[in-house]
Design a protein around this ligand. Structure first.
Ligand SMILES: [Zn+2]
Length: 220
């Protein structure tokens, strides 16, 4: 059966021939305006490896580019050796950039969900916020959903026992995304796994996620 709805890969680090995918570009210096859709951001893991101010300036400049469809991934990570305050400062600055250009945010969050939710409430973020690669417990998922976050699930769905597999059915259709991130799985495999967990036809799933994509990325 031919489908009218494309596979949407909301977050990947690999160039692929997926219908629609948002490539996370780590070296934004090489961003080419003719490239496919990209997201740009200063990842917490990169903070200490680059000139953070310069990188922010570059993100600010390029954030207006047409093919830059989202700001990210950036976020908060408690398992790395980067000052928490510095992480939070850069996090807030990138939110400001996203708000300025009205583009969705793709979030990397490790053991810092309390802070993430607190900051979202505090500064009343108006652009859509997608927590990518979610693989945490039901309680945190519920908190995120209650606070209007979108949740994107990836390779963890291929493991029956993962948290992602346990929370997927709790996520309302209109807040769900799927992704491959840096894994070697294809987005089709991730959709197949999601479709099994949800007991939903894969074509229906494609339709639901496509709707979300259109809604938050303002593509007509
Ligand atoms: Zn990623």
């Amino acid at each position: 059966m031919n489908s009218h709805f494309p596979f949407i890969n909301i977050h990947t680090h690999k160039i692929s021939d997926t219908d629609v995918s948002i490539l996370n570009v780590s070296d934004i210096v090489f961003l080419n305006p003719h490239q496919q859709f990209v997201s740009i951001g200063l990842h917490p893991w990169t903070i200490n490896k680059v000139d953070a101010d310069k990188t922010l300036e570059l993100i600010r400049e390029r954030s207006k580019d047409k093919n830059v469809v989202a700001i990210g991934e950036f976020g908060l990570d408690k398992l790395i050796d980067v000052d928490t305050h510095l992480q939070e400062t850069l996090f807030r600055e990138q939110i400001t950039i996203a708000e300025h250009v009205h583009k969705p945010i793709i979030i990397h969050c490790v053991k810092a969900f309390d802070n993430l939710i607190r900051i979202k409430k505090e500064i009343k973020i108006t652009v859509p916020v997608i927590v990518h690669g979610y693989n945490n417990n039901v309680q945190i998922a519920n908190e995120l959903l209650k606070n209007g976050f979108y949740i994107s699930l990836g390779k963890a769905l291929l493991n029956e026992e993962s948290n992602a597999s346990k929370v997927i059915s709790l996520i309302p259709d209109e807040l769900l995304f799927l992704e491959t991130d840096d894994s070697d799985f294809t987005i089709n495999e991730v959709y197949e796994a999601a479709s099994k967990h949800l007991k939903k036809d894969i074509e229906l799933l494609k339709q639901l996620i496509y709707k979300n994509y259109i809604r938050i990325f303002n593509h007509e």
